[in-house]
Structure formats: structure tokens, C-alpha cells
Design a protein around this ligand. Structure first.
Ligand SMILES: Nc1ncnc2c1ncn2[C@@H]1O[C@H](COP(=O)(O)OP(=O)(O)OP(=O)(O)O)[C@@H](O)[C@H]1O
Length: 242
């Protein structure tokens, strides 16, 4: 479980996040909605400790990680996956190799140098590719895949990493509707099966309502909407999008 207290963040003396407090539980699929420029990405980066907090307290699994050292952050990054808006994949490497990068933290140093992959890891990565429906693309260079497929490769990497928390910045923007559905279904799958927590930003309230277990609405530096297990009311929508 993560507990956020009074998260505050300014950029260039503009207050982006204003004393935000909340708890997020294991297994939740949280969609963060907000108008353009409302601070969704900043919020996500702060939660993933990719941005420094100006103020506030952050408790993760009982540990105060607010002022964690780089070493503690490195340990956390073993259990956390951050999916960039444009999936961070190596275009010339095959889908399979990109997925195997998720095992980096678990790989003994000598194997990193020699580039050897154990049969077990290989089978594991293929399983995950199958889970995200991309088994037939395993050998294709990532640059030949569509935006949605790349996003799902990045996601498969998070699976292989057995991430406990997946932060995803606009994972379905620029992806066709059926690709977007698959990405969201994949998220639901890890939340259910691995009890992972997924926190993703998006613009699309319809998709959020269909897949997320919880919707947060960000406006004016505050969480103005926080609903679990039901669609948004008209009023809540206008609170978020104006
Ligand atoms: N590196 C930066 N330098 C200056 N201003 C920034 C920087 N990063 C973010 N901002 C500003 O902070 C505000 C919030 O940005 P952020 O990217 O978090 O919003 P967002 O809700 O994710 O937007 P979008 O939906 O358009 O991606 C914006 O006004 C933006 O201009």
C-alpha cells in the first residue's frame, strides 16, 4: 500500500500539485484523468520518484521513502515499472529481446556481460509475450510493430520484471481503439493475477470508466474526484474537464 500525504510540487514557481493526500492499495487499477496541462504527468512522476517532491510524505509498504537515497530508489526500481508515453523500447532489437530487458535487475553480472539468457528466462519472456498476444511477433524488430504493440511490449517487460507497481503515462494515447482495449485488459490482468497496482494517466474518461477500478480527477492542483467502482457523474466530469 502507498500513502501520500500533502504531496506538493511547483515547476517554475507555478504550483502544479497542491497538498495532495491519498492511499492507493494493492490490486487497484487507477486512472488519473485531467485536462491537458492539469499536471497528470507531474503527479505520476512524483509518485514514481522521478521528480523531486517540494513537500509531503510518501510511505510505501510501511517505509517512509520521501527522502530515500539513490540506493533505496534503485531497490525500489526493481519492483516498479515506469512506462513512458512513447514506449521506451529499442527499435532494432526484437520484441523478445526488449521484453528480456525486464530481467536486467535479476541477471547475474557475468551474464549481463556475456549476454547469455537462461532457458528459463527465455521461456518466461515467451510466456509473457503470449499473454499480451504477441507471440508471433517475438522475432520482429520492435520498429516494425505498431504503437499499441510497442506499448504492450513495454508492458510485457513490466510483467517479466514482476513489477508490483506499474506507472504508465498516457499508455493508450495514439493507439487505435482495439489496441487500447488490449493494453487496458493487460493492466487488469496484472492487477488481478499479480495483485500489482497500476496507475495510469489518460484523457479518455470512457476507457477509464470501462477498465479502471478507481478514477482520480486532477484539476487546479488538487484531486477533485476520487471514485471507486462506478462511472463518473456529469458533475464529476465537469469538475475534471471544466
Ligand atoms: N519541465 C517543465 N518546465 C516547465 N513547465 C513544465 C515542465 N513540465 C511541466 N510543466 C508545466 O506543468 C504543468 C503540468 O504539466 P504536466 O505535463 O504534468 O500536465 P499533463 O496533465 O500531463 O498534461 P498533458 O495531458 O498535456 O500531457 C503544465 O502547465 C506544464 O506546462
Amino acid at each position: 500500500m502507498m500513502i501520500i500525504r500533502n504531496l506538493t510540487k511547483s515547476i517554475d514557481s507555478q504550483l502544479i500539485l497542491n497538498r495532495i493526500s491519498m492511499e492507493i492499495n494493492e490490486g487497484e487499477l487507477v486512472a488519473v484523468l485531467g485536462a491537458s496541462g492539469s499536471g497528470k504527468t507531474t503527479f505520476l512522476k512524483c509518485l514514481a520518484l522521478r521528480e523531486r517532491w517540494d513537500d509531503g510524505q510518501y510511505i510505501y509498504e510501511g517505509n517512509d521513502i520521501t527522502n530515500s537515497s539513490w540506493l533505496e530508489r534503485l531497490k525500489l526500481s526493481k519492483h516498479w515499472a515506469y512506462l513512458e508515453e512513447k514506449a521506451d523500447i529499442q527499435p532494432r532489437k526484437s520484441a523478445l529481446k526488449n521484453v528480456l530487458r525486464g530481467r536486467l535487475f535479476y541477471t547475474p553480472f557475468w551474464r549481463l556481460i556475456t549476454g547469455r539468457v537462461s532457458t528459463e528466462e527465455y521461456a518466461n519472456a515467451m510466456d509473457y509475450l503470449e499473454n499480451v498476444g504477441l507471440l508471433d511477433k517475438a522475432a520482429s524488430p520492435a520498429e516494425k510493430l505498431s504503437g499499441g504493440e510497442r506499448q504492450r511490449i513495454a508492458l510485457a517487460r513490466g510483467f517479466v520484471q514482476r513489477a508490483k507497481v506499474i506507472y504508465a503515462d498516457e499508455p493508450i494515447s495514439g493507439i487505435d481503439p482495439s489496441g487500447a482495449e488490449r493494453v487496458m485488459q493487460d493492466f487488469r490482468y496484472v492487477c488481478k493475477r499479480d495483485k500489482a497496482t497500476v496507475i495510469c494517466t489518460m484523457h479518455n474518461a470512457e476507457v477509464a470508466q470501462r477498465y479502471a477500478t478507481r478514477i482520480l480527477g486532477l484539476a487546479g492542483g488538487k484531486i477533485v474526484v476520487d471514485v471507486t467502482g462506478r462511472p463518473l457523474t456529469q458533475r464529476e466530469r465537469s469538475l475534471i474537464f471544466g
